[in-house]
Design a protein around this ligand. Sequence first.
Ligand code: CDT
Length: 326
Amino acid sequence: MSRSLVVASAQMGPVATHETRAAVVERLLAMFAHAADRGADLVVFPELALTTFFPRWWQEPLAAADHWYETEMPGPDTKPLFDEAARRRVGFYLGYAELTPQGHRYNTSVLVDRQGLIAAKYRKVHIPGHEANEPWRPFQHLERYYFEASPDGFAVHEYLDARVGMMICNDRRWPETYRVMGLQGVEMILCGYNTPIHYAPDPSQDVLAGFHNQLVLQAGAYQNGTWVVATAKGGIEEGVDSLAQSSIIAPSGQVVAQAITNADEVIVAECDIDWCARYKQTLFDFDRYRRPECYSILTDADNGKSSRAAGPAATSERHIEEGERQ
Ligand code: CDT
């Protein structure tokens, strides 16, 4: 019998600064109910879903921003979501800002099971933006001020009869994210995102925001034979327009469902998990066709700088070889 999972991407429109956690959770619950009514096994919510995207503002000292973070999950405001998961027997992915008892700050997501229990936690690996206030920008992207990069990497979990992994927003632009999970046999990657359409360091990229989103999600899915479910918090939030375009992408790289608004919207797809094997066992049979011995630069801790420094020597060696062959 083939394995199948009905997945919902629950896109959010903007969250205003003054909106309370309880009000946001009401919105999430409404979408959760809608997804469950449509037969969803799993609902994917966005990155930092409980608040406005606060890294767009500089706040000093850092502790003045503590109210944007969750110190417990579930907490009093988020518990209704967990209760609803258990009642409807539907799992979910939720992104939020995490402040640990030790004072660490992470951009985090949890994967909750059908019993309403946390099955896995992921902390964002690739932290984009900048560390200090840059007043020349029309708005800030201070994730590197507000969050530490996770030291943990990307795990894959047995979840609802599939191998499931998580990533958060900027992670989706990096091929390594998908490959690390691809090598663990991932069959569905869940991703929440907040992507401002204006990119101040190079505004020529603004018109390509939607294209780049599709490009990386579809390539990552296809090249690793996995489903990818990507959920935005989009629309104009506190004056900043963010990409919507939430999508569910098949292991073939095809988009099987996509949001059509930039507001709260649920899209649903029935995902044949065994479709992954068609790619993993043929064109992308990693054991048969990958050449890890040719990729060692990928694991250099110095980003391959030492190999680039050795460039001229490598070039002359290659010339010698070519001369010998003549
Ligand atoms: N949230 C997040 O990671 N957003 C980034 C914006 C990059 S521009 C600083 C993204 O990759 O979409």
